[in-house]
Design a protein around this ligand. Structure first.
Ligand SMILES: [Zn+2]
Ligand SMILES: [Zn+2]
Length: 371
């Protein structure tokens, strides 16, 4: 990168803010100046701005994986700004390109340019240089139509700095700790949120499993889910970006998914997109059988009918259930039961296929070692 392409304000902030955060923590520890109210505010701000990015910038605005009531859109736009990761417009523009061109030169934070580039290095480069595209409003036309998002974009510097620093300072004024609010709930918190969410582009494309696809570098890891507000199931996300969930199993840590689900239960969110189970299981089976020899794949194909039949049935029952629940028909509850039954049958068929794939793989490797 040439020096003239360096994005000075962003670059210096990203370099100096972690140093500042360490100094603040050192000072507050030495003088024993921490206030528990301010620490609680810092935790609140961490989740509010972090989820402003994951539930707002990412799953709502970039991917439209659900719809949210206007006050929720405003709150996500407001708090998301306080993560200091640029405007909804700029962020979504880059993220849509990340999905469209993943791992290529056009991917703004391609992991193939190195871990450092994907994590933070790409942000040091001015737009319009070194392959970093200017924001093309055509790619985010849908978002540009929202006046509050447009306002946030047009006044981003003042908007972002206000939410990041001044807002927690003013809140902490309630217990007489303005500077604690600015420094702990502002500066220290934003550094944590920065590197947590930056990990989605670096760690989540480097460490973990690839149960759904190997056609891209994205990976699933519960460890990265912990510090990315649930975005650690990134292999799933790249395979099914329309889904409002990243961790699809009930026990998988995905606070963003839980928040969206809760909002939907109180009528503040709707049209949550879930990729059907049969589609997800099918791609898992596809991945598992990828390394099998051609003749084993043939044998597997013949036995697949059971799984496909269960998948078809699941689809039919779901369709009937959704129709009935929309029309508030009496048979909704009995259909819900059949849905549960079909799901059980589908999982059973999936497990049988999984066992078969494992056995075919074993017989193949023993044949290879016998030869
Ligand atoms: Zn990614
Ligand atoms: Zn995404």
């Amino acid at each position: 990168m040439k020096l003239k392409d360096f994005r000075w304000s962003t670059g210096l902030f990203l370099i100096l803010s972690p140093l500042g955060a360490v100094a603040v923590i050192g000072y507050y520890t030495y003088y024993d100046a921490f206030r528990w109210e301010t620490l609680a505010l810092a935790v609140f701000m961490m989740f509010a701005t972090g989820m402003g990015i994951t539930a707002g910038y990412h799953r709502l605005f970039s991917h439209k994986s659900y719809e949210a009531a206007a006050p929720i859109r405003w709150l996500l736009t407001f708090f998301g700004a306080g993560a200091l990761e640029k405007s909804v417009i700029e962020w979504s523009h880059d993220h849509r390109n990340h999905h469209r061109y993943v791992d290529t030169d056009t991917d703004p934070y391609s992991i193939n340019k190195g871990f450092f580039h994907a994590h933070i290095g790409w942000l040091f480069v001015k737009r319009g240089t070194n392959g970093r595209a200017q924001v093309d409003i055509n790619q985010v036309k849908d978002l540009w139509a929202d006046p509050f998002i447009r306002f946030q974009h047009n006044y981003y510097t003042a908007f972002g700095l206000f939410v990041c620093f001044l807002f927690p300072g003013l809140v902490a004024l309630a217990w007489g700790d303005f500077w604690g609010g600015v420094l702990i709930a502002g500066l220290v918190r934003v550094v944590v949120v920065h590197h947590g969410t930056f990990c989605i582009n670096s760690v989540c494309h480097s460490i973990g499993r690839q149960p759904y696809s190997k056609s891209h570098t994205a990976r699933d890891s519960w460890i990265s889910a912990i510090f990315t507000f649930g975005e650690g199931y990134h292999n799933y996300h790249h395979e099914f970006p329309a889904d409002y969930r990243n961790g699809i199993r009930a026990w998988q840590y995905d606070p963003t998914k839980w928040m969206i689900w809760t909002l939907s239960k109180v009528g503040l969110a709707g049209k949550l997109i879930r990729i059907p189970d049969e589609k997800i299981l099918e791609s898992k089976l596809e991945m598992k059988s990828m390394d099998l020899a051609a003749e084993s794949r043939g044998a597997l194909e013949e036995s697949r009918e059971g799984f496909l039949k269960a998948a078809r049935e699941m689809k039919e029952v779901r369709k009937a259930y959704l129709k009935a629940s929309k029309e508030k028909e009496a048979e909704t509850s009995s259909l819900r039961k059949s849905l549960k039954r079909s799901r059980k049958a589908l999982l059973q068929a999936y497990r049988e296929q999984k066992t078969m794939i494992r056995d075919l793989g074993k017989s193949r490797s023993s044949a290879v070692s016998a030869a």
